[in-house]
Design a protein around this ligand. Structure first.
Ligand SMILES: Cc1ncc(COP(=O)(O)O)c(C=O)c1O
Length: 427
């Protein structure tokens, strides 16, 4: 069977449907807010409206119930949520925050907004959770927080991480941007550490266009996050706050329109997760029969499959990962409306975050670095496991989501299998 990359017929000749989970129900909810005419009810002063309007309060309460959290604090992105959470943890100049090389950049740069120093810790090659031996090694007397990212939607090894955090008296912030509804030992991520942060941006399982949510069971942290979200500095006096650490606030407020969308979107999460888990299993069952493709599955946690990650073994396949993926892509078609992006199968994950100039040049503010300890190391080679994953092993797709049908998924599987069964054509 001639591969498409060599001029053969493609497995599929039609575009895949794009992800769009907005229905009439969200349109009606937004219309109602518009008709009532209050698009945001926040006031950045100590008064009844300090906590926002009725849709914000409804959304936060519904989120708390869903994720078993005592407090949910809406924000206008996961980015602002991480900044808010770190502020609430009280970090500042001289403090260190442990961060991952494998995430969206804000998961590693957020400490810089408080002049604290990001310290990278490598990952375990199989689970993409922190390498526990290195985690213990990078903790110093200045470490205050560990930011854990449940990358791709797979919960990290929280029991072990929490035990280390407890031993060293550290806060743990969970970046759950990619993992809403994922569970670890039966519990949803987001309340396993001290604070969880969720993203509601357009690419996520459920969304409000842009948006975020912080969850915590800690009353003090919740209060601080509510203040930082909404102009803390002009509220503390009237509110009678005496702890003024990091009481420099922002406007990180979500609107009533976004909250109204969020209230409806939350009801769609379980169905979306079910679909993703079903499709991911179809890929796992088929692709891992090839000895050069590996994935990780668990009995003690459920994955939300923001993307599905695989590891590729060039040594066994006899061809490079890049050649394999290019051949699979040639068998398929792009997604409707996103044709320019090509077939959404990627390799490498993101580049290790410390490769970015901000770390390589230690340059965050004005002409000089700021918030960086001179002694800190961001050299290439810092996280060898993740570098190997990035440069040689990882590939991923998001062909696990709705409204893809079982038949769409079978096409993608057929493309992988056609290439995997005919590797000789690529040598
Ligand atoms: C792991 C992770 N952290 C943080 C973010 C930032 O989220 P937001 O766009 O809501 O600020 C993202 C967004 O893609 C993400 O995937």
């Amino acid at each position: 069977m001639k591969l498409a990359i060599n001029g053969g017929a493609k497995v599929r000749n039609t575009l895949f449907p794009r992800y769009n989970n907005i229905d009439q129900i969200e349109i009606d909810a937004v219309t109602k807010v518009m008709q009532e005419g209050v698009l945001s009810q926040f006031i950045g002063a100590w008064c009844n409206d300090f906590y926002g309007g009725k849709k914000i309060l409804e959304f936060e309460e519904k989120w708390s119930k869903k994720f078993n959290a005592k407090h949910s604090i809406s924000v206008n992105s996961n980015t602002s949520g991480i900044i808010t959470a770190l502020g609430a943890c009280g970090i500042g100049l001289g403090d260190e925050v442990i961060v991952t090389p494998f995430s969206m950049s804000i998961s590693a740069t957020a400490p810089l907004f408080y002049n604290a120093t990001p310290v990278f810790c490598d990952l375990d090659m199989n689970t993409y959770s922190y390498d526990l031996e290195m985690l213990e090694r990078v903790i110093t007397k200045d470490t205050k927080v560990i930011i854990v990212v449940h990358i791709s939607g797979c919960p990290s090894n929280m029991d072990e991480i929490m035990a280390i955090a407890k031993k060293h008296n550290l806060y743990v912030i969970e970046d759950c941007a990619q993992a809403p509804g994922a569970t670890y030992k039966g519990k949803p991520v987001g309340t396993l550490g001290d604070i969880g942060i969720f993203s509601l941006n357009y690419h996520k399982h459920i969304h409000t266009g842009e948006g975020g949510m912080c969850t915590t069971n800690n009353d003090t942290l919740a209060n601080k996050m509510q203040l930082i979200r909404n102009h803390a500095e002009s509220v503390v006096d009237a509110k009678g706050e005496t702890d003024l650490i990091n009481m420099l606030g922002f406007n990180f407020r979500l609107t009533e329109i976004q909250a109204a969308i969020g209230v409806e979107q939350l009801d769609k999460l379980d169905m979306e997760l079910e679909i993703r888990q079903q499709y991911a299993k179809m890929y796992n069952d088929t692709l891992t029969k090839y000895d050069f493709i590996e994935t990780t599955t668990y009995d003690d946690r459920t994955h939300s499959y923001y993307v599905q990650l695989f590891r590729f073994y060039e040594e066994k396949a006899g061809i490079s990962r890049e050649r394999f993926i290019e051949a699979v892509k040639a068998e398929l078609m792009p997604v409707e409306g996103r044709e320019k992006e090509g077939v959404p199968i990627g390799f490498g994950g993101v580049k290790p975050l410390y490769y970015h100039p901000i770390f390589q040049k230690k340059w965050a503010y004005k002409e000089q670095g700021f918030g960086f300890k001179e002694t800190i190391n961001y050299n290439k080679g810092l996280c060898p496991h993740y570098e190997e994953l990035h440069h040689k092993r990882l590939f991923s797709h998001d062909f696990t989501r709705s409204p893809l049908t079982v038949s769409d998924v079978k096409d993608v599987i057929a493309a992988y299998c056609k290439v995997a069964d005919n590797l000789d054509e690529l040598k």
